[in-house]
Design a protein around this ligand. Structure first.
Ligand code: GCO
Length: 448
């Protein structure tokens, strides 16, 4: 792999709801994930985010270990209900103090803070008022965003409004994610539209704040491919899935409206959100960077009975030990989609990339280890394709691996592990997996 640009930012990424724990401490109020996890059957193993990695207390240990591996950036999110327990109004000073301490520690260690305002954990108090189905969410989010720009705008250089908007669609449409509302396609699309308005409102407020940092949004691109490229039904299915997923965000953000294909589909399915005059102007505002989360592609087959076979036969198709396809070219494809189909000409950061693996702890001469070679192979493959896209001139400024520590993997609970390191639930000694050691060696070759 060619060396990447000198000032390339290598980091790890995480999210408040997945690592912080201390769910009821120092004035924090519940988020929709706390409430959702309390409903039996929603989260694998009955897990909850209440303890997680206890980053709330153990952040010095975590951040030091991340820096020790050679990373220079840390992507994290704020817990809205820790800062504004009611979602709006009274500020929880202890919440602010916590983020002040953690950001100071990042700066002290030389980790560039990359902050996300919203990584899925809406205050429950706001969901009680309709959450993302209420158009007022834009104003609520604006108030929250302004608080953070005021408090941390001088020390945080990179800001993302939302992480993976599709999670909100999933939470209000099919209800697989928090808040578990099952309003169907129509509510999912309404929630999405309101989220995009909230994004626009936060960007407007950021500009108004006069802060020097950069602001963007993080969208995940899982490009759908037809399993049988010569089969019109598969081609149509993959196209539709792309429209309903990442294009439903990229079109409004970069082209100023929903695509003609999605517009038609929403009309035919009676699920178009209410769009008011001026909405798309609010949504489509110049951004300073784009955050791309990239994990894999999806292969669609109209004939469900063929899915497994078609996937297995696909050229280059091979699998990781967790059963997912190994397709590192996904990042190269996604970058080309951004630049070619959407004309994205702002700097891009890979804000998440990683894989879960079947990690087994082995004991060798009294030393515990996890030989996660699958994960190493995954990272290597993605970095090769990323490097190829950069060689071709795509302006990627940084890469954030998902993730440092095994954590609360949403509905999959703690049993699905994405970490390059692990620690007991609720904290304790950190065990570096082989992939963390691999990163340490790799980053030495990339030093500035
Ligand atoms: C996402 C989220 C993360 C996940 C990660 C692994 O991409 O789904 O941003 O919170 O933990 O992706 O699934």
């Amino acid at each position: 792999m060619n060396a990447l640009p000198k000032d390339f930012l290598w980091g790890v990424a995480t999210a408040a709801g997945q690592i912080e724990g201390a769910a009821a401490e120092d004035g924090r109020a519940p988020s929709i994930w706390d409430a959702f996890a309390a409903i039996p059957g929603k989260i694998a193993g009955g897990d909850t985010p209440a303890l997680a990695c206890d980053y709330y207390h153990r952040y010095p240990q975590h951040l030091a270990a991340i820096r020790e591996l050679g990373f220079q950036g840390f992507r994290f999110s704020f817990s809205w209900s820790r800062l504004l327990p009611d979602g709006v109004g009274a500020v929880n000073q202890k919440g602010l103090d916590f983020y002040k301490r953690t950001i100071d520690e990042m700066l002290r260690l030389g980790l560039t803070p990359n902050a996300t305002l919203y990584h899925w954990d809406l205050p429950q108090a706001l969901d009680d008022r309709g959450g993302f189905l209420n158009r007022d969410i834009a104003a609520w989010f604006g108030e929250y965003a302004s608080l953070l720009f005021k408090e941390f705008g001088d020390v945080v250089p990179l800001w993302s409004t939302f992480n993976e908007p599709i999670a909100t669609y999933v939470g209000y449409g099919p209800g697989w994610f928090a808040p578990g509302r099952t309003g169907g396609e129509r509510d999912g699309r309404i929630a999405n539209h309101h989220l995009l308005l909230a994004h626009g409102e936060a960007v407007r407020r950021f500009r108004e704040s006069g802060r020097d940092g950069k602001i963007g949004i993080v969208v995940d691109v899982w490009h759908h491919h037809p399993a049988r490229p010569n089969h019109p039904e598969d081609v149509a299915l993959a196209e539709l899935e792309n429209e309903k997923a990442y294009r439903s965000y990229l079109h409004p953000l970069f082209k100023g409206g929903y695509s003609p294909a999605l517009t038609d589909w929403m009309e035919q399915n009676d699920c178009s959100p209410v769009v008011r005059d001026g909405d798309f102007e609010k949504i489509r505002q110049p951004l300073d960077f784009f955050g791309l989360n990239c994990y894999n592609r999806v292969v669609d087959c109209a004939d469900r009975s063929l899915v497994t076979r078609e996937l297995a036969e696909h050229a280059g198709g091979n699998f990781l030990d967790n059963g997912t396809e190994y397709y590192p070219r996904a990042v190269y494809d996604a970058l080309h989609i951004l630049t070619e189909e959407y004309g994205v000409d702002i700097p891009i950061y890979i804000t998440e990339n990683g894989t879960h693996a079947v990690d087994t702890v082995v004991e060798e001469n009294g030393v515990r280890a996890i030989h996660d070679t699958t994960r190493i192979r995954y990272f290597q493959g993605f970095l090769e394709w990323l490097s190829k896209a950069i060689d071709e001139g795509i302006d990627v400024r940084g890469y954030f691996a998902w993730t440092f520590l095994d954590n609360f993997e949403w509905t999959a609970g703690y049993g699905t592990r994405f970490g390059m390191a692990t620690a007991p639930l609720g904290g304790g000694d950190i065990l570096l997996k082989d992939s963390a050691l691999w990163w340490k060696e790799f980053l030495k070759t990339q030093q500035r």
